[in-house]
Design a protein around this ligand. Structure first.
Ligand code: NDP
Ligand code: 8X3
Length: 250
């Protein structure tokens, strides 16, 4: 029997690459997102092992309905990859849009948490399963304009660790994958709203690719059942840390 995985945000970027890798590894994958046409074109590539599912993670009814369908069709999940997420804007906090902040919190925090809440009891009951959350280096290291986006990813990191604390004594696994700069996805277009500005983020940088992230996800998922990978932080070689800054009065 092939293992059953739900990948949120499967219509683009990491989610599409993770779905491809999991199917290649023998999983049956339910790929969830809002854009059905994108999921359908992934299905035409991946075939019978891929099931498109329209789901908006910010909508409780949509998540409940989608997860009920999965329970009925597949009798539960072996793997949840909580990948759907977004950044909006790079304005400093004092100039940022509250609407953008609310959307990031609704998607990256509430949406991800809602999926955990729906899926976890079944995993615990079956005493097996794995939740892989997609965090970010933005949850570990501050940068100007990262404000609420980075804070949502810090939430993902701490939730992942706290889940492990609660799951002590069960065989359910939790992993947080924290990528740094990664190109070839829609992330910067969504964040900046402009093709040229998005392309400039990666100019000359040799960033990570979605395949690099999918590699980390599939590696964590395929360790022996006794092994829990708590977190994986990965960056392109071209990315490193800035020092602390000191503002000096003239
Ligand atoms: P993309 O913008 O390429 O993909 C985001 C995916 O999330 C899309 O499939 C989108 O599908 C889905 N999504 C967004 N909102 C919702 C929603 N409300 N309900 C369901 N699905 C939703 O981004 P990436 O692949 O680059 O990013 C994926 C994850 O990785 C995000 O959590 C991001 O924060 C994180 N990340 C990205 C990095 C990067 O540099 N690219 C680095 C570190 C972390 P649709 O619009 O069809 O719903
Ligand atoms: C995305 C990575 O550095 O653009 O999570 O915030 S970064």
């Amino acid at each position: 029997m092939s293992k059953i995985a739900l990948v949120t945000g499967a219509s683009a970027g990491f989610g599409a690459a993770i779905s491809q890798r999991l199917v290649a590894d023998g999983y049956t994958v339910i790929g969830a997102a809002r854009r059905l046409d994108r999921l359908q074109s992934l299905k035409s590539e991946l075939g019978d092992a891929f099931f498109p599912l329209v789901m908006d993670v910010t909508d409780a009814a949509s998540v409940d309905q989608g997860c009920a369908w999965i329970e009925q069709q597949f009798q539960g999940l072996d793997l949840l990859v909580n990948n759907a997420g977004l950044a909006l804007g790079v304005a400093p906090a004092q100039e940022a849009s509250m609407v953008d902040w609310e959307r990031m919190i609704a998607t990256n925090i509430l949406g991800l948490t809602r999926l955990v809440h729906v899926v976890l009891p079944g995993m615990v009951k079956r005493n097996q399963g794995h939740i892989i959350n997609i965090g970010s280096t933005a949850g570990d290291y501050p940068y100007p304009g990262g404000n609420v986006y980075g804070a949502t990813k810090a939430f993902v990191r701490q939730l992942s660790l706290n889940l492990r604390a609660d799951l002590f004594g069960t065989r359910v696994r939790v992993t947080n994958i924290e990528p740094g700069l990664c190109g070839g996805t829609e992330f910067s277009l969504v964040r900046l709203g402009d093709d040229q500005r998005a392309a400039a983020v990666y100019d000359g940088a040799d960033p990570l690719t979605a395949d690099d992230v999918a590699d980390a996800v599939v590696w964590a998922a395929t360790r022996p059942a006794r092994v829990n990978i708590n977190s994986i932080e990965l960056m392109p070689v071209s990315q490193s840390f800035a020092g602390l800054k000191i503002h000096r009065e003239p």
